[in-house]
Design a binder for this molecule. Structure first.
Ligand code: ADP
Ligand code: ASP
Ligand code: MG
Length: 416
């Protein structure tokens, strides 16, 4: 008998029919003799609807009340799914994040899990029940409900798999695995059989919404294999696992995009020690995450700095930048919120040269201007105009031949 964690995303439980079908998948696993913890997201588009509702009440909602509101979505799902399981003659119990012992820090909207008290979970599992846990939520030291950031049910599932030492953590969703590009955008995108934690981490961080980046970080840290698969078919999905050398045979594993970008620039700053430190400290103090940074070479004792941020923090960032402009007597602050980021990811880049130059040449041939570039060992990202984004994703996918299976990845995973 193994302990298995299964997570079902919002699209998998979007209506009553789908909830009943999910109950069937769960019961099938249970009938194989396994113990089962199921994590579920809010149904369909519920979280977005709740966000919209709050925005109709007040411009900037209180963060504590926002978490109270958003957590209600998952609470509906756990109750409905448990009812569906019971109606199919199996025993289940629904637990909120707090009831499941998921403790977090007190940072509303993007809380971190600090620990999980497993006593109740284990007690219910021992009774033979299927335990259905609300994803995306926990409880703070002050006993307030917190949420774990968008896509946070993935994190709940991975964290439970870690503490319960699950044999496998299965992420059920509306696609049959991780594709070489978002299948909604690239029609001939291909499902990958295996990805390393680092590749998935980069892809998730660069816009491949299929897994929440923080959840992959946790899976990597605790070495928990993830199996991302479809709720609507039986086929094997994508296994995310530890890197093995043959993964490097595939140079590029995927192309990702992120339209949630703003390029912010400050012009003619004094060119002396401590200026960049001051600027980015002020942004960090307000929890603004900066992505790419470019500083131009100095001339006449001044230079320019550009960086990218998420569109959600544009107003906050602009206010800070205008303060800095005044204080440092810079010439101008301006931004462009019609930009986007396109990236190539692959562990094979470590051992294969020329990927960057090929990427730049492909974009140039399409007359797509590159405004910023950043790289890591296994990634190349370019900021381009948003109007060129879809063209860029599709042409890079095509020219790197990502629709073709180039090398057979013959990887045996430890657990699945
Ligand atoms: P869930 O509701 O199950 O959590 P999400 O909507 O968060 O599902 O993630 C699944 C979606 O991620 C898919 O419908 C797909 O359009 C999108 N996606 C983006 N990039 C990729 C990719 N490279 N591979 C697979 N899916 C991707
Ligand atoms: N319901 C939350 C969201 O939409 C959490 C999740 O689905 O993982 O972001
Ligand atoms: Mg998701």
């Amino acid at each position: 008998m193994a302990l298995i964690v299964q997570k079902f995303g919002g699209s998998s439980v979007a209506d009553a029919k789908k909830i009943k079908a999910v109950a069937k998948i769960i019961i099938k696993t249970k009938e194989k003799g396994h113990q089962l913890v199921v994590v579920v997201s809010a149904t369909g588009n519920t979280t977005n609807k709740l966000l919209k509702l709050a925005a109709e009440i007040v411009d900037v909602p209180c963060e504590r009340e926002m978490d109270m509101l958003l957590s209600a979505g998952e609470q509906i799902s756990i109750a409905l799914l448990s009812m569906a399981i019971k109606a199919q003659k199996n025993d289940a119990i629904s637990l909120t994040g707090a009831q499941a012992g998921i403790c977090t820090d007190g940072v509303y909207n993007k809380a971190r899990i600090t620990g999980i008290k497993t006593k109740k979970l284990k007690k219910e599992l021992k009774k033979g029940k299927i335990v259905v846990v609300a994803g995306f939520q926990g409880i703070s030291p002050g006993e307030d409900i917190t949420t774990l950031g968008r896509g946070g049910s993935d994190l709940t599932a991975v964290a439970l798999a870690v503490v319960l030492k699950a044999q496998v953590c299965e992420i059920y969703t509306d696609v049959s695995g991780v594709y070489t590009a978002d299948p909604r955008i690239v029609r001939d995108a291909r499902k990958t059989d295996y990805l390393s934690f680092d590749e998935m981490l980069e892809m998730a961080g660069l816009g491949a919404q299929v897994m929440q980046a923080r959840s992959v970080e946790m899976a990597k840290k605790f070495n928990v294999d993830l199996h991302i698969r479809s709720t609507f078919s039986q086929e094997k999905g994508t296994v995310i696992t530890k890197e093995v050398s043959c993964m490097e045979d595939v140079v590029v594993s995927g192309v990702t995009y992120d339209a949630d970008q703003v390029k912010m620039s400050i012009i003619e700053l004094p060119d002396k020690p401590g200026i960049a430190a001051h600027l980015f400290n002020e942004l960090a103090k307000k929890e603004i995450n900066v992505d790419m940074i470019i500083q131009s070479s100095a001339r006449d004792g001044v230079n320019n700095i550009s960086f990218t941020i998420s569109r959600t923090v544009l107003k906050k960032t602009l206010d800070i930048m205008n303060e800095i402009k005044k204080k440092l007597r810079a010439k101008e602050v301006f931004y462009d919120n019609k930009v986007a980021k396109v990236s190539l990811v692959g562990v094979g880049m470590k051992s294969h040269a020329g990927v960057a130059s090929k990427m730049f040449s492909i974009l140039a041939a399409e007359k797509i201007n590159i405004e910023m570039i950043s790289t890591s060992e296994i990634r190349i990202s370019c900021v381009i105009k948003e109007k060129n984004l879809l063209k860029a994703v599709r042409v890079l996918h095509k020219k790197f031949k990502l629709n073709q299976k180039l090398a057979k990845k013959n990887i045996s995973t430890r657990k699945s």
